[in-house]
Design a protein around this ligand. Sequence first.
Ligand code: ADP
Ligand code: MG
Length: 492
Amino acid sequence: MGAVDGFSGDIELDDLDLDAEADEEADEASRGLFDDLLEGEPIFENKEVLRPSYTPHKLPHREEQINNMATILVTALRGDTPSNILIYGKTGTGKTASAKFVSEELETTSQKYEVPCEVQYINCEVTDTQYRVLAQLANKFIEKNETYIEDRLEDLEALRERVNDSDEPTTALEDTEFDGAVALEDRITTLEDDLEEFDPVPMTGWPTDRVYSTFFDAVDYHERVVVIMLDEIDKLVEKSGDDTLYNLSRMNSELENSRVSIMGISNDLKFTDFLDPRVKSSLGEEEIVFPPYDATQLRDILQHRAETAFKPDILTEDVIPLCAAFAAQEHGDARRALDLLRTAGELAERDRTETVEEKHVRKAQQKIELDRVVEVVRTLPTQSKLVLYATILLEKNGVHNINTGEVFNIYKRLCQEIDVDVLTQRRVTDLISELDMLGIVNAIVVSKGRYGRTKEIKLSVPLDETEAVLLSDSRVGEVEDAQPFVQARFDN
Ligand code: ADP
Ligand code: MG
């Protein structure tokens, strides 16, 4: 027996040795990739705080706007319908963050005082058709109703138990809305039936009026005030018109149990110009403007976040002021300011320096600018990409004062090469103007005396990176060797 024991013991030992060896090998294998990066003190304490998804609980310099919203919405806590609100302001002025903050406070307070009030937030950039908005609302309210019914049922079933256990059923029902065990039973059955009946809206396929009536019934299921927040409302109107808003804004005259109030949030100050006048006046009962932040305000915002985002003493003195100054130029965009600070921190981390410095902010600014350009260029339609590519080819060959005709000639050859329809020179001129508006090229009109007028076109973005993005497009990438076309221009 002893020998057998020893034998098996040996095997175990061998196994252990092998395991240890394997572990060591695995250690070696993974060291190169992550271990080096993990070494050294990290700069960030909590990077999440600098991400757009983080909702701060303190919003400096938005006290006035937040108080205005609260003053209007407090009506809901008194059981009345608040006025509809329209919120305007450029991107990054804190609209979404403030609205979410206010809605959380509103719901918490409504629970505290047991007033039925619910807020539903929808981002219309994502949910951008009437069908989708109504379907999402319907399904959210069906969900809320189900929870409401389940809670009610739990209470009533407990009551039923007390009634059954008691010798005096009527005493057990005293102070309740039920005058007898039968009424209680009926109520339970009704609620159970209701629970069965809710029919969630599929993401496509139903006629819109059926979606609307499902939503309507779900909202009206019991007494409450409902605040519907439609963020990026301008995107919804741009894509799908104002039918959704029209339908939502006239609901109150037909609802029996509940009341709806709408809070629209728009980046576009002029979007109400596209609305039906009735919708416009109903939606804009109250208006709140979010002005851009100035550099000092942005500094406060950054300072506040930096305290939790970074380890102590990581930022050198100039970092926050410089991020704030750059973002102030970018129409006072707090999102840009936070992006800059986060990216600067990441670049410092990559450099393995112990502090974040001014140079990291400058590099971050360049990187963000370039990312923006890449994204704009990447999503251009093929025709615009070809026009841009023609411009790049001319610049690469040292052509100065590029005019529309020259761009058009190269563009035409590129189209022929990859078998794309050639647009008229007039259309190409329009595309050049669009590229100008996007900040990708700079086109100025110059007079050529009696030969009329033309445009002089210059690239406003880094050439090599832009060319690389263009060539990564599956169609444009088909152009194998563009040099001959440009050469031909000189031979003409
Ligand atoms: P908008 O909806 O107006 O485009 P957001 O509310 O999304 O802007 O704000 C952009 C970013 O800036 C978010 O990360 C947000 O948390 C932050 N932010 C905006 N205003 C403030 C503020 N006053 N205090 C702290 N953070 C802010
Ligand atoms: Mg927003």
